[in-house]
Design a protein around this ligand. Structure first.
Ligand SMILES: [Zn+2]
Length: 191
């Protein structure tokens, strides 16, 4: 999947949670930081390759990418697994705890938004040819459907012409069917 598709998939997952789950009150700052964290989480597993779109978004990103990506042990390795999800969740919890001491933002919500993005990335990658080593260190790459030839090619026509517009449609439907929730959200939750 391309970075664009991962961004949109992360947003779709977050959007679905917003529409269907009870939400706590949050400040506008929290909502903004959580939204950004969701986007970053949706791209973070691919920090294991130097060409990741997150590196492209920062200054001197290509140098950073070449330095940092080898630490992950290779592409679609530990960062694309259940062990990786727990590890990242643990480290992020610690880091947000530190940042939370200086920034007045509900870091618990930021953590959830990031993790929703992170997991959405792994789910989306499961539909691609390469599959995902969910059970790392067991080296099996799991994919849906099991037959590799039927899975999606990253950046291919199917992703661009069906998956991406399909996700936009899903977001449209989520908002359409839960429209009053969004009004409520804007009215009561964001202060
Ligand atoms: Zn990936």
């Amino acid at each position: 999947m391309t970075g664009r598709t991962h961004d949109l998939a992360a947003f779709t997952a977050l959007n679905y949670i917003i529409a269907t789950q009870p939400l706590p009150e949050m400040s506008l700052a929290t909502a903004f930081v959580a939204f950004s964290a969701n986007m970053i989480g949706g791209l973070a597993p691919d920090l294991d390759q130097s060409t990741s779109s997150l590196y492209k978004r920062v200054r001197a990103g290509s140098i950073l990418g070449r330095l940092v990506s080898p630490l992950f042990g290779g592409h679609r390795f530990i960062s694309h697994s259940i062990v990786g999800v727990f590890l990242v969740g643990f480290i992020l919890d610690f880091l947000l705890g530190l940042i939370g001491q200086v920034l007045l933002v509900d870091m618990n919500l930021v953590w959830w938004a990031f993790m929703i993005g992170f997991v959405s990335h792994l789910v989306m990658d499961t539909f691609t040819r390469e599959g995902v080593p969910w059970f790392f260190p067991i080296p099996w790459h799991i994919g849906i459907p099991p037959l590799k030839a039927l899975r999606i090619k990253t950046g291919g026509l199917f992703e661009k012409s069906l998956i991406f517009p399909g996700l936009i449609l899903i977001n449209g439907l989520i908002i359409y069917y839960h429209y009053d929730r969004y009004l409520e959200f804007l009215r009561y939750y964001i202060k």
